[in-house]
Structure formats: structure tokens, C-alpha cells
Design a protein around this ligand. Structure first.
Ligand SMILES: *[C@@H]1O[C@H](CO)[C@@H](O)[C@H](O)[C@H]1NC(C)=O
Ligand SMILES: *[C@@H]1O[C@H](CO)[C@@H](O)[C@H](O)[C@H]1NC(C)=O
Ligand SMILES: *[C@@H]1O[C@H](CO)[C@@H](O)[C@H](O)[C@H]1NC(C)=O
Ligand SMILES: *[C@@H]1O[C@H](CO)[C@@H](O)[C@H](O)[C@H]1NC(C)=O
Length: 389
């Protein structure tokens, strides 16, 4: 593979640079070397991604550098570093010049060029599956900086990746969805571009896949696409996204990762409703008793993460103007669930390992309880008033 050659040389150069940086500046010795300290990298900040795991490849240049350092012989590395330390200022300058020249000779392709190569590969119908997968993995890394994500559509990348959502191979579909999710995360421009390509329906179908990698990546991408985007959310409801969420949340045999992501998306959707309560009809799902009960039931989950996210979603549900406290009491038994959770947290708080977490969740639980009781009091007040007259 042609491209792997410059990559290896680049790593060698990186390693050399790392040595120079650490050996010449005392105060840097203890700091981990960061790619941002290097003169060659654009420091466009990679976006937060809720999924850090990555099977193969490097999630960032930092990661690549760490890999290079980690895979070098530490004794040799140290010797080299000591050697570098003995060099005079002029010699170091000379070394740096040589690296610069080397990098120029290598003609490091720009990110846009690298994206273009990957996209051309995707558009090549005779490309074997393995290479297609590799091209997608490269794009997954390349779309992380926001500038690259913004360039993707111009280069024909979005269309090429969206096409891959229909690939018969589920892994190809998963990674393609992941790229779209990463590129659109906190990026309204790319959100719009992808929504306009009409991908939401396909992603919803994928979210129901029995291949768990595919369903979790699709759900992650759906969340990225509709976050803070009202027309995206309208589309989501039109495609029966609420029914999808209900099916996932009410079914305890569904994979826990999918359930966590669903309840997180739900909390997000309700949060958006809170901001525009005054002038928008509520999605009917938020007053559906069966649905509300499935969400409240998650508070009893044995998965701490799911439990906390469910609590947060319940808080948002209670804060909706039209939510009915009596339904939460009589249908969902929220009071019972909350006091059971309180006991559970009291047991957890004894363990040092969980103490901080348990205290945080307890304060959220208490908050939910107060909102709930406040709302309940109001309803009771009205009822007393009506019956009294
Ligand atoms: C850095 O490492 C040196 C030697 O290992 C040590 O003496 C020094 O205290 C460390 N500096 C900091 C800021 O940790
Ligand atoms: C498409 O891929 C095949 C197989 O790798 C290669 O031989 C061919 O040159 C590629 N076509 C284009 C237009 O790049
Ligand atoms: C959401 O996406 C649509 C395209 O589907 C776009 O027209 C709209 O401006 C976006 N809204 C926000 C708030 O970003
Ligand atoms: C619940 O989820 C499991 C696993 O995904 C699935 O096999 C089953 O059909 C679902 N049950 C219902 C009632 O949807």
C-alpha cells in the first residue's frame, strides 16, 4: 500500500521531534508530549465524542505519537534522548532543519487531499471490501476536526458515505453511520447537509438492526443529527422515532448500550421541548402513560448509568408544562420508585468507590422528588379547591 510508506516515515520524524522536545526543554520532561506542541499540526480541536473506543487506526495524531513512542525500545529511546541532550544548540537547530526538510520532501498531503483519496476509493465500485473498510476508517479519523467535517460535503464525501449505509455488509454500514454521527456532532452545518440528504429514515431502520454495532452507531448518529435541530426532530417524530424509543426503552432484553443511548436521546428531546413549550404542540408520546411508565421503570435498573440517565429524563418530563403529576404517581408510582432508589443509594454511599457518584445521583434524585411533590401539591390544591366549592 503506497500510503503506508509516508506514514511510517512521518512517525519516525514525529518520534525524533518528540525526543527533541523532551530532551531540550527541562520543564517539558514530565508533560506528555502533545501534538499541539508540534509546529506542523493544525490545532483544530477535535470534537468531543461520546465513543472513544476505536478498533484499529488512530483517533488522533496524539494517539499516533503515543503509539509510536509506546512501540519503541525504551532503552534505545533513552540513549537517543541522552545523545540529543549532549548536542549543542547549533547541532539541535541543524537537526530541526533536517526534519523540516524531510517533512517537506515527504510532501505531507493535506487533510483535504487525504479525504479526497478515501472518497475516490469509496466511489470506486471495483474496490474490495477490505479497502472500502479502510477508506471509511480513514474518514472516521479525518472528520474529527470541524474544518474537515465542513469540507466533507464539498468533496462529495457525504454522498459517498451515505451510499455505504446501504452496503450489504453490516460493519461497513456501522462505520458509515459512525462517520456521519461524528461529522454532525455539534455542527449545525453538517447536520443540515445530512438531514437534507434524507438519511434519517435509513438510520432509524438501522437502529433496529439485530447487529448491535449497527444499531448503537445508528442511534448515536440520530442523536447527533437531531440535537438542537427542531426540523430534524420533526422529521424524527414523522419517522415514528418516538415509537422506536418506546420499543427500546420498554424492552429489557435490548442491549444495555442501546438503552442507555435511547434514554439519553430522550432526555435531550424533552429538554428541547422545555425551551419551546409556549408555542409548540407536544409530541403525544410525552403524555402516553405506557411510555411514561417505561421511562420511570428504568429508575429501578441495576445499571447505574442507565438509572442516572433515566432520572434525568424523568426530571425533564416532569418539567414539561403539560405533564400530569397524578399520572406519575398513580400509573408510574414515581414516589415508590424514588424512595426505593433512595435506599439503594444509601447502601451504595458506604463504599468509597461509589461514594461520590452516589452523592451526585442522590442530589439529582432529591431534585426530581421536589419537582414531583411540588407539582403534586399544585394538582391537589386545584382538586381541593374544586371539590370544596
Ligand atoms: C519532573 O521529573 C523530575 C525527575 O523525574 C522531578 O525531579 C521533578 O520534580 C518533576 N517535576 C514535576 C513538575 O513533576
Ligand atoms: C479502482 O480499484 C481498482 C482495484 O483496486 C483499481 O485497479 C482501479 O485502478 C481503481 N479505479 C480508479 C478509477 O481509481
Ligand atoms: C435544522 O436542519 C434543517 C435542515 O433539515 C435546517 O433547515 C435548519 O436550519 C436546522 N435548524 C437548526 C436550528 O439548526
Ligand atoms: C425485545 O428485544 C429483543 C432483543 O432485541 C427482541 O428479540 C424481542 O423481539 C423484543 N421484544 C419485543 C416485544 O419487541
Amino acid at each position: 500500500m503506497e500510503r503506508s510508506v509516508p506514514l511510517m516515515s512521518m512517525m519516525a520524524a514525529l518520534l525524533w521531534l518528540a525526543l527533541l522536545a523532551t530532551a531540550t526543554e527541562e520543564d517539558r520532561v514530565n508533560k506528555s508530549t502533545s501534538a499541539a506542541d508540534m509546529p506542523f499540526w493544525s490545532t483544530a480541536t477535535p470534537k468531543e465524542d461520546e465513543q472513544h473506543q476505536f478498533d484499529g487506526g488512530f483517533s488522533s495524531l496524539d494517539g499516533m505519537l503515543q503509539w509510536a513512542v509506546g512501540h519503541s525500545d525504551p532503552v534505545k529511546l533513552k540513549e537517543t534522548a541522552q545523545g540529543v541532550q549532549r548536542l549543542s544548540h547549533e547541532e539541535l537547530k541543524q537537526g530541526q532543519m533536517e526534519i523540516k526538510e524531510l517533512m517537506e520532501k515527504l510532501k505531507m498531503p493535506s487533510d483535504a487531499e487525504l479525504m479526497q483519496i478515501a472518497i475516490d476509493d469509496l466511489n470506486n465500485l471495483s474496490l474490495p471490501l477490505e479497502d472500502r473498510h479502510r477508506a471509511l476508517q480513514e474518514l472516521l479519523i479525518l472528520v474529527e476536526p470541524i474544518d474537515n467535517a465542513n469540507d466533507l460535503h464539498k468533496l462529495g464525501g457525504l454522498t459517498a458515505v451515505v451510499t455505504e449505509l446501504n452496503n450489504p455488509n453490516p460493519e461497513i454500514r456501522s462505520i458509515s453511520a459512525w462517520i456521519l454521527g461524528k461529522a454532525s456532532q455539534n455542527n449545525p452545518v453538517v447536520q443540515n447537509q445530512i438531514l437534507e440528504l434524507g438519511t434519517l429514515a435509513k438510520l432509524m431502520e438501522m437502529a433496529c438492526s439485530s447487529f448491535i454495532e449497527e444499531s448503537t452507531k445508528a442511534l448515536y448518529t440520530i442523536s447527533s443529527l437531531v440535537r438542537d435541530n427542531l426540523s430534524g426532530q420533526d422529521l424524527f417524530y414523522m419517522e415514528a422515532g418516538d415509537v422506536m424509543l418506546q420499543n427500546i426503552l420498554s424492552n429489557s432484553s435490548v442491549d444495555i448500550r442501546l438503552r442507555r443511548k435511547s434514554v439519553f436521546l430522550l432526555a435531550d428531546l424533552i429538554h428541547c421541548q422545555l425551551d419551546l413549550q409556549e408555542n409548540k404542540a407536544e409530541p403525544p408520546i410525552f403524555s402516553n402513560h405506557f411510555f411514561l411508565k417505561s421511562v420511570v421503570d428504568l429508575i429501578a435498573s441495576t445499571d447505574l448509568d442507565l438509572q442516572e440517565k433515566a432520572l434525568y429524563a424523568v426530571k425533564n418530563l416532569l418539567m414539561l408544562r403539560y405533564s400530569d403529576a397524578l399520572v406519575f404517581k398513580e400509573v408510574c408510582e414515581l414516589d415508590v420508585m424514588l424512595s426505593r432508589m433512595k435506599q439503594q443509594l444509601e447502601q451504595l454511599i458506604v463504599y468509597d468507590k461509589f461514594k461520590e457518584y452516589a452523592m451526585d445521583v442522590e442530589s439529582l434524585r432529591r431534585e426530581v422528588e421536589l419537582i414531583f411533590l411540588g407539582k403534586l401539591d399544585k394538582v391537589k390544591g386545584i382538586a381541593d379547591f374544586e371539590f370544596g366549592h
